[in-house]
Design a protein around this ligand. Structure first.
Ligand SMILES: [Zn+2]
Length: 1011
């Protein structure tokens, strides 16, 4: 036979696009349109429905950036439509390529019932499956004119990203609002043809299956009368029946499609818009669940359910019913989908405890797995946190975005820092917005790394971000691919059903040890510093407020502010969302985050003050400006002892270490019993000596406190990315500076570009750490500022604090995996170390750093550099511009243990106090074991919950001392306070109670003390 495959493919493409798809809707009749443009922020739906409307027409403009316009669509069903399925087609001026990133609407009936969302990929409103002629049509659309900020690369700076700077221009133009007949047979034909066409394209050219499909498609199109498509569609479908009925091969890959919409909790829109996006998408999804019994939809983030409950109770009621039926499936078990490297360990636990509690209380369920498809890398502390909170699976997908290396698994065990392992899946389709196209399903099957031993993978299916979620078209494709020769089998099911199958078929999965580093988006450890500082300050104050409030409650009956703590935690957890904390949102979002953090801090400081007052303590100011301690008492909120003040206690402090600050010739010297620092007249640290060993840390011929400014213009994602080539363009800010002694500090003032910086170099009050306080007026564009300390330390690894411990990363570039990690992150410190000498680098609020391993002859220099500030222009055109205060520390003679202590101390200075001197409620008897949280139990029983972790990577048996508190039974719990085994305690002669604990390296344990 002659080969006509190419001609057939071309024919199908054209007929499908130009004739069949448009023929799904017939006999369009325009409806009347009226509009009410809301002045300012969104209004409640009842108010929108009852507003004054003015007529507008097709072709009219509507909607300035971030505005809301209520549209009223009225008319009647033509008599000729009687008995037919009738829908409205409403195109508000959509761009079909950008679902979720532009205008959207929520459709209401005249009675105020939310029907479904209106968006670029679902421009229809159901009228009736069997219409009556003359039937009255009246719908309302709450339409949001969100500006398009990200469409086609390049992503250019824009002022539309904040309502304070956006234009007044009306952004959209109404294209059509018609009532139409929905031609069901044509709709089915479209999907028959589309699925077979996309399958044929994917099959090998020489395959018999492909040849048969194309022959059938040709025959089907021969039956289509292009002048009467509805009248001939059934005959055309008949030609396709046989090829559609041919079953899948026994070895076919099996795709578990999960209906989904990845809705970023804020990003290129403000938080308040996400509230509406969630309700719009959810209203469509419950409608689709009603219409198709095969469909299953899964949604993460307790916060998003909570918004819906608050903002659109009518939608939430339908969702709740569908959750009870097991078809609208809450997943992930967290409050939101957070950034997965920057939050503290306690924050990760609260993401889960707050999330699971919401799901338990609202729906009577708990989630089995963690769902973080889109965060920018995953901490090696997470496996322990997930397993320790009762999860048995983890899903992500983002590592497929790696710039360099392909990850070796799709289904595997992920082993964390402490050895905990969790069953993990990366969808091999490489997307969390699957459409179930032929290309996608084949990609999943081809790429699946475990295909020699397993055959199940997951496909999160649907448009995210307000694009409307799963569409009926996706379901139509899935039905045809349920059992189709040449195609993977597709079935809609819940994530738990998928994971059960995946676990059963792969009893011995491969193992990946340690963090999941994303080889992309390395700027997110640094961008939008004020947001990151707000998070760190909030985490610190939350820990302190819970500590003192729990202590006061247990000892004095002080009222523990449960509700307020829940609200404050939820606020902080929300702002850890994976486009807020990483610094990748629009200006509006970061402006609001800073305002919210200020309110959180004010509330927490008040809670702390009240709790301390109940304990008889009055304390001086908190934060970086904490007054130097000369007072009678010192308050230590950190979980490490300092200057004789036990952790989490108030006591008389030992005197601060004597420090000498003096000028010597052209230099300045800071000296204590521990270190000697020499600073030259340009403000550079020429010498940093550990006096215990006499060891000089600064590499010969080099200088520390060296500010380095790089050009920073990544290839694609400005706020997200630092691309490797940034390194080559560097300006050393080492010219003349104003340097002067100020008390026990050396102050360095320097200007560069349009910016200026004042650095205050001093020694910590224990005399062990060189503290560098930076006060920066940052006015650069597309620059990256680093603070370097080149040190002479022979090592090929960097130790970095992570949540609940630390981990090691190679800092050579032997393999592509190591080379790709040229910018990484830490919690409070990182460290380079020889067996008997180390230098630790401490931060108070910044996470990004790099350590370049540089060779000077046979000496190896570790050029350790803090990442201070970036200045990307998209999506916030002025990200990071303005004033910043940040604190760093350099500690010579450091070990992981001393760095851990110094890291806590740097971010939580001792505070002057007066009044009583309460002992710590819970104290670890071993410095390696940190008491990281003291709080009252979530169940409001009044029990005290104490969380501890092993911080050095050792095995430790010790005890936790409980002082001045009645102690009943003590039990271990999991991380979210579900009860475990009883623990035998020991009553000590001094009246305290000792709770024995044995910990593996980096193990986290939770103890519950009944009262
Ligand atoms: Zn996302």
């Amino acid at each position: 036979m002659h080969d006509n495959q190419t001609i057939t493919l071309g024919r199908v493409t054209r007929v499908l696009t130009e004739r069949l798809r448009p023929a799904v809707y017939s006999q369009p009749q325009p409806l009347d349109i009226a509009a009410h443009a809301v002045d300012g922020e969104p209004i409640p739906s009842a108010q929108g429905l009852s507003s004054e409307y003015a007529p507008i027409k097709v072709g009219d403009r509507w909607g300035r950036a971030w505005g809301t316009t209520w549209l009223r669509l009225t008319g009647e069903v033509p008599e000729s439509f009687a008995g037919r399925r009738v829908e409205i087609l409403a195109d508000l001026g959509f761009d079909p390529n950008m679902p979720g990133f532009q205008a959207e609407g929520l459709v209401y009936t005249a009675d105020g019932e939310a029907v479904r969302s209106l968006n670029p990929r679902a421009q229809w409103i159901p009228v009736s499956p069997q219409a009556r002629g003359g039937e009255r049509i009246e719908y309302y659309v709450e339409a949001a004119s969100n500006p398009v900020l990200l469409d086609y690369h390049p992503f250019l700076p824009t002022e539309e990203g904040d309502v304070l700077t956006s234009s007044d221009e009306e952004l959209y133009r109404i294209r059509r609002v018609d009532v139409c007949v929905f031609e069901e047979e044509v709709y089915e034909l479209v999907h028959d043809v589309e699925v077979l066409h996309q399958l044929a394209v994917e099959l090998p050219e020489e395959s018999a299956r492909r040849a048969r499909i194309l022959r059938s498609l040709n025959a089907a199109l021969d039956r289509v009368d292009l002048q009467d498509i509805p009248g001939t569609a059934a005959a055309a479908r008949e030609e396709l029946r046989e090829v559609l009925a041919s079953p899948a091969e026994p070895s076919a890959h099996r795709l578990s499609a999960v209906g989904h919409a990845h809705i970023d909790s804020a990003w290129l829109w403000p938080l308040r818009e996400t509230v509406r996006k969630v309700s719009r998408t959810s209203s469509s999804m419950v409608t689709l669940l009603d219409e198709d019994s095969d469909f299953v939809y899964a949604m993460s983030s307790a916060q998003q359910f909570a918004w819906m409950k608050q903002d659109r109770p009518e939608v939430f009621a339908r969702v709740k019913k569908a959750v009870e039926d097991g078809r609208f499936v809450p997943i992930g078990g967290m409050w939101i989908e957070p950034d997965a490297v920057l939050p503290s360990g306690e924050s990760f636990i609260r993401q889960i405890s707050q999330g699971q509690r919401f799901f338990r209380e609202e729906f009577g369920i708990e989630c089995r797995g963690a769902w973080l498809p889109d965060s920018f890398g995953y901490s090696g502390a997470l496996p322990q946190i997930l397993v320790g909170s009762g999860f048995d699976w983890f899903l992500t997908q983002k590592i497929s975005w790696n710039q360099v290396n392909r990850f070796p698994h799709h289904t595997f065990l992920w082993e964390g820092n402490d050895g905990s392992r969790i069953f993990t899946h990366f969808p091999p389709m490489d997307t969390y917005n699957a459409q179930l196209s032929g290309e996608e399903v084949q990609r999943a099957a081809k790429q699946f790394k475990e295909k020699s031993v397993a055959r199940h993978s997951l496909a999160p299916t649907g448009w995210g971000d307000g694009g409307g979620g799963t569409t009926r078209e996706m379901l139509a494709r899935a039905k045809r691919m349920a059992d189709l020769e040449g195609s993977p089998r597709v079935v809609f099911e819940s994530p738990n059903e998928f994971f059960d199958k995946a676990m059963a078929e792969l009893p011995d999965p491969g193992v990946w040890r340690g963090e999941l580093y994303l080889e992309l988006h390395r700027g997110t450890f640094t961008t939008q510093h004020r947001t990151k500082q707000g998070n760190r300050t909030s985490e610190r104050l939350l820990a302190e407020a819970e500590l003192w409030a729990a202590t006061a409650a247990a000892r004095t009956g002080h009222a523990y502010p449960y509700d307020e703590f829940d609200a404050l935690w939820q606020e902080v957890l929300l702002l850890q969302f994976h486009d807020i904390l990483p610094g990748t949102s629009i200006a509006w979002v970061h402006r609001e985050a800073e305002e919210r953090y200020a309110r959180v801090a004010a509330s927490l400081r008040r809670i702390i003050e009240e709790a301390l007052a109940a304990l008889g303590v009055s304390a001086g100011p908190d934060g970086l400006d904490a007054a130097p301690v000369g007072a009678e008492l010192a308050l230590n909120a950190a979980p490490v002892a300092r200057r004789g003040v036990p952790a989490a206690a108030v006591a008389v402090a030992d005197p601060a270490a004597p420090v000498s600050a003096r000028a010597e010739g052209n230099s300045f010297v800071l000296e204590s019993a521990s270190v000697r620092v020499e600073i030259d007249d340009r403000g550079l640290v020429q010498s940093l000596v550990d006096r215990a060993t006499g060891r000089e840390a600064i590499a010969p011929g080099r200088a520390g406190n060296a500010l380095q400014l790089h050009q920073d213009f990544p290839n694609m994602w400005d706020a997200w990315d630092v691309d490797e080539h940034y390194f080559a363009m560097r300006e050393d800010l080492d010219g003349p500076a104003e340097v002067a002694l100020d008390g026990e500090a050396v102050v360095v003032r320097r200007s560069f570009g349009d910016s200026s910086i004042e650095q205050r170099l001093s020694l910590s009050d224990d005399g062990r750490v060189l503290v560098v306080d930076c006060d920066i007026d940052w006015q650069e564009e597309e620059k990256f500022l680093k603070l370097a300390f080149p040190v002479e330390v022979f090592t090929d690894e960097v130790v970095a604090e992570t949540q609940f411990g630390h981990h090691r990363r190679s800092n050579h570039t032997n393999t592509s995996w190591e080379a790709a990690r040229f910018e990484t992150h830490a919690q409070r410190w990182f460290l380079v170390r020889e067996p008997d000498f180390g230098v630790a680098f401490l931060n108070e609020s910044s996470h990004g750093f790099d350590v370049a391993r540089e060779s000077e002859g046979r000496d190896v220099v570790q050029n350790a550099r803090f990442s201070l500030l970036r200045a990307p222009k998209f999506p916030d055109p002025r990200a990071d511009r303005g004033r910043h205060r940040m604190r760093f520390g350099v500690m010579v003679g450091a070990t992981p243990a001393s760095a851990t202590e110094a890291g806590w101390a740097l971010q939580s200075p001792l505070r002057a106090a007066s009044g009583a001197a309460p002992r710590a409620l819970a104290t670890s008897q071993d410095a390696a074991v940190i008491v990281s949280a003291v709080k009252l139990a979530d169940d409001r029983s009044g029990d005290v919950v104490v969380r501890v972790y092993e911080s050095t990577g050792s095995r430790v048996s010790t005890s936790i001392e409980l002082a001045d508190v009645p102690v009943g039974a003590v039990i271990g719990t999991d991380l979210i306070e579900r009860p475990g085994d009883a623990i035998e305690t020991v009553r000590m002669p001094d009246g305290t109670t000792h709770v024995p604990v044995t910990l593996r390296p980096f193990e986290v344990k939770t103890i519950r003390v009944k009262r």
